[in-house]
Design a protein around this ligand. Structure first.
Ligand code: NAI
Length: 454
């Protein structure tokens, strides 16, 4: 096992900082490189720039121990590093294809400083074929450094848990020694797992995942990541299609999916109907897969359908509210609870809650929105007319209706009677089917779910 490799992580984002905190806590000197001075300043002060359970404690300790070193300089980090991991952003272009300018910029800049014995690792989600192009560019520059694809499967809101108790680590490439060296980094995190979990204040899960290490070819590794996300997106859109049908025929989609998912061949996870998926990954990974398919002449119609259904869900929910309210939403006051794309994170990228708030504001409603963590990140995407409230009650007060768009515990655990007592109107939209609809109904509210009704 390689001892004390020096690591550089390019990109101090959700993935890069989480990974860096773990490698540093495993005792590996770790540089995190980013051009964004605010993100670096935050790390330097011992804090993450985003909310993720347990992460601040790790960042604070690793920075204090001198093992986590933020810098904007490739020159100050890459030459010393045995393993250089790229985790820069891969936003999508307007046509849905992946924008790889950061990926290639990072590789090009790193190539100037990589030592011959280093390994270059791609952790960003990139379309299949990207690794081959970077390898070609390295070869063109006379570099023989091995290239390893190491897709990331962490989920925001459970990022540290996912990384400490992982289902699988996938490494792809054709240099067996390089694949082993990358796996060694994870073995060292595993070896420090108990102590890292303690510092982060995390409990081990009751049932430990298998923690499998998988070595595959480069193209397979690249495809594994997007295929995983695409399949999960497919499950959500499938559940939403059945929800729309359930609304028509008076079925309850939650009951349907509970029974369907009880089949071990199918599984219950991600068969949840609601306002659809969002965030920095699913929408762009689905679009990226469609676009990568088209480049190869493969029309992934199944993913186009998943994408189209997902786009429709926020509007579908608003239409249900509009029909219940009896006509126009203009002049109505609507509370939107939840702007993060899911509970447990401050990330508001492509957030359905934000989309719902914006559509309502454009329809002439007065929107009072609240999220326990995501105001700062959501502000960039919110229509100027949306008012940010100071708390749940502040959002609800005087509203004709509430839409619970993110299932933060403080919204889900808030008693229906409390909602009823603060709201002016009676419309209660459960955009993730997370409430006991009978209890909401019994509190005197009109329950509006997705594919289920009282
Ligand atoms: P992010 O946008 O939070 O972070 C990317 C960072 O890269 C930014 O701080 C940016 O300033 C920095 N950057 C841009 N160009 C750079 C350069 N040339 N050198 C160094 N840094 C540079 O992105 P996030 O969410 O961390 O995602 C990173 C990658 O990981 C993406 O490909 C994403 O699809 C993938 N991924 C993300 C997951 C998530 O839950 N956020 C989960 C699994 C994969």
């Amino acid at each position: 096992m390689e001892q004390r490799a020096v690591i550089t992580i390019l990109g101090t984002g959700y993935v890069g900082l989480t990974t860096a905190a773990l490698t540093a806590m495993a005792g590996l000197k770790t540089y995190v490189v980013d051009p964004n001075p605010d993100r670096l300043a935050s790390v330097r002060s011992g804090k993450s720039f985003f909310y993720e359970e347990g992460l601040d404690a790790l960042v604070a300790k690793a920075v204090a121990d001198g093992l986590l070193i933020p810098t904007d300089s490739y020159e100050a980090s890459v030459p010393e590093s045995d393993i250089v991991i790229s985790s820069v952003g891969t936003p999508d272009n307007p046509d849905g294809s992946s924008n790889l300018k950061y990926v290639f910029a990072a590789a090009t800049e790193a190539a100037r400083y990589l030592k011959p014995s280093a390994v270059y690792v791609q952790k960003s989600t990139v379309p299949v074929g990207t690794g081959a192009k970077i390898r070609q560019a390295f070869a063109g520059a006379g570099l023989t450094v091995p290239y390893v694809s190491n897709p990331e499967f962490l989920r925001e809101s459970t990022a540290l848990r996912d990384s400490l108790w992982f289902d699988r680590i996938v490494v792809g490439g054709d240099d067996a020694a390089a694949l082993e060296r990358v796996q060694d980094v994870y073995r060292q995190i595993e070896a420090s797992r108990a102590q890292i979990a303690q510092t982060a204040g995390l409990q081990a899960p009751a049932v430990l995942p298998k923690g499998t290490y998988m070595q595959v070819g480069l193209e397979s590794a690249e495809l594994i990541k997007v295929t995983s996300n695409a399949f999960l997106a497919l499950k959500i859109s499938f559940a939403n299609s059945i929800a729309v049908l359930s609304d028509k025929v008076g079925a309850n989609v939650t009951q349907v999916m509970d029974a369907v998912g009880a089949d071990a061949r199918i599984g219950r996870a991600f068969l949840n109907a609601g306002r659809g998926y969002g965030g920095g990954c699913f929408p762009k990974d689905v679009a990226g897969l469609i676009s990568a398919g088209l480049e190869q002449g493969v029309n992934l119609e199944i993913m186009r359908a998943a994408q189209a259904i997902n786009e429709e869900m926020p509007g579908y929910i608003i239409e249900k509210l509009q029909n219940s309210i009896g006509g126009s939403l203009e002049g109505r006051t609507i509370a939107v609870l939840g702007l993060a794309f899911k509970a447990g994170t401050s990330d508001a990228r492509r957030s359905p809650g934000v989309k719902i708030a914006n559509v309502l504001a454009n329809a002439g409603a007065t929107v009072r929105a609240y999220d326990p963590q995501a105001h700062a990140e959501a502000a960039a995407y919110l229509d100027d007319a949306v008012v940010l409230a100071s708390g749940t009650d502040d959002a609800l007060r005087g509203a004709d209706a509430v839409i619970v768009a993110t299932d933060w515990p403080e919204f889900v655990d808030y008693a229906p009677s409390a909602y009823a007592s603060v709201l002016s109107g009676t419309y209660f939209v459960d955009a993730l089917n997370r409430f006991d609809m009978q209890a909401v109904h019994d509190a005197g509210l009109e329950y509006i779910g997705v594919g289920q009704s009282v």
